[in-house]
Design a protein around this ligand. Structure first.
Ligand code: 13P
Length: 281
């Protein structure tokens, strides 16, 4: 059964020095396009659903589709809750058999983030699923243009956090942000290198949209094992749909549906190729 935990995928990525793409899902066409690309690339992926987007993509509708699609896929897939903040939503994700959760306490005072993350790590271990947490401030919002605070993760704090919480993966802030960047982001590779030297677990990069392929490769070589992509999938699907609607054709729902899948497929395939860290760019 190819529904696996995130930890299994990230441990294999650490051994092979590559990163696993974690793709945020909004609808059925995203799921189909992402899984098709993963199958064609023969590469495991993570499908994830963000708590902040549940008003658009309700968990009780989307989660069962993600789980069933993962179970029937030909490649290994982990199903993950992205930016879980509330207890009820985390409980619901576990109820729907997500194989991984993120508890995002990055907006809390440090000690509170440690305590809450530790509690959720215990819960995750009990249910035999994986847990990601975040330290520092990754700015922005998926699907928008970046505008907000970014605060780099402190490497010593990252070590203390990891030792005290027992998490499986740590999301770091190194100048990355969610959404479309106004100018090319400048990632702090020195900070990442220090964290990687000190903290012996897979590291996660949020805010993947807009980061260059060269920078992706650099961060992978410095310990990033999971890279989150949301806005690129929203834009990829929307742009193909727009192109189709503006085209001089007899518009049909099924034609539109195929284009939405194609827009997702292309984005996922491109990112997998870069994250696999094998072929030259
Ligand atoms: P982007 O929207 O910038 O790709 O960020 C995705 C993300 O980090 C989801 O948690």
């Amino acid at each position: 059964m190819p529904l696996v935990t995130m930890k299994e995928l990230l441990d294999a990525a650490s051994k092979g020095n590559y990163a696993v793409g974690a793709f945020n899902i909004g609808n059925l066409e995203h799921i189909i396009g992402a899984i098709e690309a993963a199958k064609d690339m023969n590469t495991p992926i993570i499908l994830q659903l963000a708590e902040g987007r549940l008003k658009y993509f309700p968990m009780h509708m989307v989660a069962p589709m993600m789980i069933e699609a993962a179970k029937k896929s030909k490649v290994d897939i982990a199903v993950h809750l992205d930016h879980g903040r509330s207890r009820d939503i985390i409980k619901e994700a576990i109820k729907y058999k997500f194989t991984s959760i993120m508890f995002d306490g990055s907006n809390l005072p440090y000690e509170e983030n440690v305590q809450k993350t530790k509690e959720y790590a215990t819960v995750a271990k009990f249910f035999d699923i994986s847990i990601e947490a975040e330290l520092g401030v990754v700015g922005g919002n998926e699907g928008t243009t970046v505008n907000g605070e970014i605060r780099c993760t402190d490497p010593q704090e990252a070590l203390d956090f990891y030792e005290r919480t027992g998490i499986d993966a740590l999301a770091v802030a190194i100048g990355n942000a969610h959404g479309n960047y106004i100018t090319q982001p400048k990632l702090n590779f020195e900070v990442l290198e220090q964290i990687h030297k000190l903290v012996d677990i897979p590291l996660v990069l949020h805010g993947g949209t807009g980061i260059s392929d060269e920078d992706f490769r650099k961060v992978i070589n410095l310990g990033i094992r999971k890279i989150n992509i949301a806005t690129a999938l929203l834009d990829g699907l929307t742009n193909k749909a727009k192109e189709y609607c503006l085209s001089d054709t007899n518009h049909r729902f099924f034609g539109l549906r195929d284009k939405m899948i194609e827009g997702t497929y292309e984005q996922v395939k491109h990112h997998i190729k870069v994250f696999n860290n094998k072929e030259p760019l």
